[in-house]
Design a protein around this ligand. Structure first.
Ligand code: ADP
Ligand code: MG
Length: 326
């Protein structure tokens, strides 16, 4: 019901960037290769995401707004093998309960698409519509019906910075896809498909930034159960806050204290205290190795054998840094 949705929204939807995260992950789940994000007024006025993924059939488009209805979990065993980014069927109903949302979607197998309009969790309309294949979701007036939450939003600039960081980092994790971000019609990011992580880092940050970074040699650890890759800053290049460390598990942006610690520990004695490196670290592994169901917004994960992962990340980063020393 609507109250449950609003409560869930409190967990999933913290700010405009958390809406974008959920929508981006859905677009990636849907196999999209081209993702465009449009933002107005830092996301309070408009958040719009357009993808070229598998789209939804009419019934599924309606079901997507029923809480848990779309949960792909039908038994506990499946918890072990969640390969997709999302699985709880909570994001769309939550977002729709605290905004004015329009979903436009068409599966490439269907001649016409579906347009669904929901305001504050109430279904306003659902109609057949001529649409391109893929999905477009517009979220307007976030928190219009929850003034207490709206008050907590920061300036447009701050909210936009969070969104831009998110889209940028997702683009880094998926070099084979195109991403575009515009704010009030102004293009902030546009990247076309490339073959390697390195080329994507170049597209996003430029040649100079690339010189400050070391690419980790792709390394399989734990009898091939984990693959580490990514970029870390040379020890002489320092940042003073932790916000320059980006962690991805199976190409999904996460927060993890243990991995964060492993990264800073790799720089022990190579960098002055109270400094942080820049890092873009990808851990790819069997989904069964990691529990993504720790936190509603799915940003926290728990590795089955966390100290093992910690030590391997620290040691392979450190080995790379030591090799780089003049
Ligand atoms: P979850 O991702 O946890 O399943 P969501 O509420 O985020 O739950 O999405 C509900 C469902 O709507 C998804 O399972 C998916 O079937 C469908 N869906 C959402 N976004 C898209 C999209 N961009 N393209 C295709 N299907 C989508
Ligand atoms: Mg989802």
């Amino acid at each position: 019901d609507n109250v449950a949705n609003k409560i869930a929204a409190g967990e999933v939807v913290e700010r405009p960037a958390s809406v974008i995260k959920e929508l981006l992950e859905n677009s990636l789940d849907a196999g999209s290769t081209d993702i465009r994000v449009e933002v107005e007024s830092g996301g309070r006025r408009l958040l719009r995401i357009v993808d070229n993924g598998c789209g939804m059939l009419r019934d599924d488009a309606m079901l997507a707004f029923e809480r848990h209805a779309t949960s792909k979990l039908s038994n506990v065993d499946e918890l072990e093998a969640i390969a997709t980014l999302g699985f709880r069927g909570e994001a769309l109903p939550s977002i729709a309960s605290v905004s004015r949302l329009v979903l436009e979607t068409r599966s490439p197998d269907e001649p016409t698409g579906t347009r669904v309009e929901i305001s504050g969790g109430k279904l306003l309309s659902c109609e057949e519509s001529a649409l391109p294949a893929g999905t477009a979701i517009s979220v307007r007036d976030l928190f219009f019906n929850v003034p207490a939450r709206k008050k907590f939003l920061r300036s447009d600039q701050t909210e936009l910075a969070h969104i831009a960081s998110l889209v940028t980092h997702y683009s880094l994790a998926h070099p084979e896809k195109s991403f575009e971000l515009t704010h009030a019609g102004k293009e902030l990011l546009r990247v076309t498909p490339v073959l390697t992580d390195r080329e994507r880092v170049f597209q996003v940050f430029g040649a100079e930034a690339l010189e400050d970074l070391v690419e980790l040699p792709q390394r399989d650890v734990g009898e091939g159960r984990f693959r580490l890759s990514g970029f870390i800053s040379r020890p002489q290049v320092q940042k003073t806050n932790r916000n320059s460390i980006f962690l991805f598990v199976n190409r999904r942006l996460i927060r993890d204290r243990l991995l964060m610690h492993a990264i800073t520990a790799a720089y022990y004695n190579l960098m002055p205290p109270a400094c942080y490196p820049f890092a873009l670290l990808f851990v790819d592994c069997d989904p069964a190795e990691v529990d993504v169901n720790v936190h509603p917004s799915k940003t926290e994960v728990r590795f089955r054998n966390s100290s093992y992962v910690h030590d391997h990340v620290r040691d392979s980063l450190r080995a790379t840094l030591i090799e780089q020393r003049p």
